[in-house]
Design a protein around this ligand. Structure first.
Ligand code: HAM
Length: 416
């Protein structure tokens, strides 16, 4: 196709006007809520050393094994485009030493995974994420889940579902692995090759398999929580209790495991009916990540911005970009000069104003005002200049009145 050279790479998109208005809305709704909860923004590089991801997400995860964009730089260093935000933030926090002990950080921006592109699955996608550093504490976990739900609510989303489970402690995970091995062994022949390989590698990955054959087997074995300690189940109970206190609806999903290895204790996903069964809108959990000689613990989440915007659109919550408050139309050279000065002054006072810089005929100017979706048009010719007024036309009602130049702002504010 001749136009291919103007397209971004497959699975990646240019995000431009008018669609970008919905992105800005989601970003600003997120920031408002994140600041209310006392989180500060951190911006880590898109490119990191590969081992930052391999060590924290886990060597046998799909993200590390199949989905990372990796490269070697001229110095022979093995680098990767970040497939998620947590690892880079934890690298940053590890560098802060004691100062990072209770950091509450958030980030938003692009992530990269070499996945097969489809609706809601991109190779460059965007996340809003948070990491609240600190030792295991069910109250903090509940607070972070509440924060995530609140971000989605503030963005305008109504029908989200929170699924909650636990990964238990590192010791529980060893018990889960041996329990799973025993439970899955009789079904080995029924599993597809990929799941059989997972059984011999990282068996928890089998529980995360999405294909039908594996799903059918998984329904016949006990959920992972069967092999967990009472303490871990009590921890989960405590998280659930606090969520009830905070009036955050959730369902316990004992089969939920999530696809990254750094989790311990609480894990959750948030889904939306419009995205289908497999595609979570957001996911998070409590984790322990080792960086150098330090182990950093915390709890966090990331929401997929593309999927959140799809869910908002499915709920009919499309964001319409706003046009100019005022379009200045000029009849004649003298009015055009005055309008340029007036536009500058109004912009200085915070009004969104546009005009036709080339002074085309009135019909073309009005067409431009319509195309831009201006709320008002202010028309001036020699007569208006002489009287010190503007003919202000309300583009919704079509009503037009002469308004003294000094009253224009007041008029726009009082009637909008
Ligand atoms: P994750 O579940 O891998 O978790 O990703 C979080 C969200 O990012 C998903 O629920 C989804 O909405 C979105 N997402 C993931 N991959 C894609 C893709 N290829 N295309 C579009 N959207 C996608 C994490 O990334 C963890 N770092 C979350 C976390 C933070 N856990 C603790 N702290």
């Amino acid at each position: 196709m001749a136009s291919d050279r103007f397209n971004p790479l497959q699975g990646m998109s240019d995000i431009s006007f008018p669609e970008v208005a919905a992105w800005q809305h989601l970003e600003s709704a997120s920031r408002q809520v994140l600041h209310r909860y006392g989180f500060q923004e951190v911006r880590t590089p898109l490119l990191e050393r590969q081992d930052v991801f391999i060590r924290s997400l886990g060597e046998t995860t799909d993200v590390v094994q199949k989905e990372m964009y990796t490269l070697e730089d001229r110095g022979g260093r093995r680098l990767a485009l970040r497939p998620e935000g947590t690892a880079g933030v934890i690298r940053h926090v590890a560098g802060l030493g004691q100062d990072g002990a209770n950091a509450r950080l958030y980030y938003m921006g692009p992530m990269f995974r070499a996945e097969r592109p489809q609706a809601g699955r991109k190779r460059q996608f965007h996340q809003v994420g948070v990491e609240a550093i600190g030792d295991p504490d069910p109250v903090r976990d509940a607070e972070v889940i509440a924060l995530q739900v609140e971000v989605l609510r503030e963005a305008g989303l109504k029908d989200v579902e929170v699924s909650l489970n636990t990964r238990g402690t590192a010791e529980d995970q060893r018990n889960v692995q041996s329990g799973l091995r025993e439970a899955l062994e009789p079904f080995r022949a029924d599993l597809p090759e990929e799941s059989r390989n997972r059984m011999d590698g990282n068996i928890l990955r089998v529980v995360d398999a999405k294909d039908e054959a594996s799903q059918a087997v998984l329904e016949q074995i006990p959920p992972v929580t069967t092999w967990m300690s009472t303490e871990s189940l009590e921890y989960l109970d405590e998280v659930g209790g606090r969520l009830e206190d905070l009036k955050i609806p959730f369902s316990l999903k004992p089969r939920l495991v999530r696809g990254l290895d750094y989790y311990e204790h609480t894990i959750w996903e948030i889904s939306h009916a419009s995205l289908g069964a497999q595609d979570a809108l957001a996911g998070g959990g409590r984790y322990a990540i080792s960086m150098g000689n330090r182990t950093i613990r915390g709890v966090g989440f990331a929401l997929g911005m593309e999927r959140t915007l799809m869910a908002l659109a499915a709920e009919g919550q499309a964001v319409k970009p706003s046009g100019p408050d005022l379009f200045l139309a000029s009849l004649g050279e003298a009015a055009h000069r005055e309008n340029l000065k007036f536009m500058q002054a109004l912009r200085g006072q915070g009004v969104h104003v546009r005009m036709d810089l080339h002074l085309r005929n009135m019909k073309k100017q009005m067409n431009e005002a319509n195309r831009l979706d201006a709320s008002w048009v202010g028309i001036r010719g020699d007569a208006e200049l002489e009287q010190g007024v503007l003919q202000l036309k309300n583009m919704d009602t079509g009503d037009q009145t002469a308004v003294p130049v000094n009253d224009v702002i007041h008029h726009l504010l009082s009637t909008s």
